[in-house]
Design a protein around this ligand. Sequence first.
Ligand SMILES: [Zn+2]
Length: 420
Amino acid sequence: MFLKKLFAGGAALTVMPNASASLLDGILFNPCGTALPQHLAGHPLVIAAWEGIDPGRFWDTHAHIAGIGDGGSGIFTTPDMNSLWHPIQYAQHKFYLNAACTEKGRVDQSYIERMKHLIAELNHTASAKGGDAKQPHAKLMLFAFEQAYDEAGNAQPAHTAFHVPNAYALKIAQSSPENFEWVCSIHPYRHDAVEALEAAVAQGARAVKWLPSVMGIDPASPRCDAFYRSLARLNVPLICHAGEEKAVEGMGFHDANNPLKMRRALDAGVRVVVAHCASIGEDIDLDKGKHGPHVPSIELFARLMADANYQKNLFGDISAIVMRNRSIATLRAIIEHQDWHGRLLNGSDYPLPGVLPLYTTAKLAKAGLLDQSAVPVLDEIQLYNPLLFDFVLKRQLRYGMQKLPQSIFHTRDFFLRGKT
Ligand SMILES: [Zn+2]
């Protein structure tokens, strides 16, 4: 609700004169600081964040490609996203593109340039000496984003909220292999789903990304079985959203994001990464029947994590868990669940860490999860480099004596497991 009000307000702000809008830079809008000042790059909190972390093993497992299709990328968005008659979606899209510091007239291209700048800068902070360009370093795993499909396997562009073609994600990754890996997105109901998967993997895709409610996928459907068998055979992880979805609206299949529905993929031997550890929203407890009670989605994720059958192939990513719309109790649970830590993977959900109103470090400090003295430093870093902000914030999080371990940030190992 807070977000809906906020975004409705944002829509009004986007049509205000520039002078007024500029007053709000740094409060609502990202002012897009271009170069991280030295007092931040060399700040003790930044130095401490890299302690024990090998940048070469740091792959940000959750980064979105966005744009409007003005650079021949093939990206498209639902007309709703560009219409003032749909103020919430319009403002959300504006916020996302603002967060990514895109330039009018060359949105797609400037989005990629900004990501390259941010990841290069992140790497620069990894070494007090400025880093060695020849050394393997931190990368972003860029997500393609599949269209919606119907049950018969036909693409539904009119119901597709947002689409980033695999070919575009591949092209961007190939153009800058030192900065990017890529993650394909393939609908399992497509007639050519298995062939498309094999082709993407042959071209270096490291995983598959799904957002079931938006794409129109029921992960518990037998329609997915052939795709699951192929994922298991090829040893390709499936990064799947679970829990409530706030960022993109689409087919409106809300039940599709129920974490329990991932059992079908897990039982087929697929390595499944539940995005955000299902840290927001509620789902039906399907173990009590189709009309079971609604419970927090993260409880259902916790049930799967505790299942002895899934110890080897169920994982969670920690993208977006530090956002304002996650409860403190949820964040605390993730920090406290040491038994999960060996199966958690870091990701930023870029560009969201650049959307200033979605984060409140002060609230985390008040709850005792962050040192008060870190708040102004983190807030200033966020204005220049949202990737560094997300990383330093997660490295600073603590509850009592507990912290997120370094291993959560060494995500490359997970994607290269079993590969030569
Ligand atoms: Zn995401």
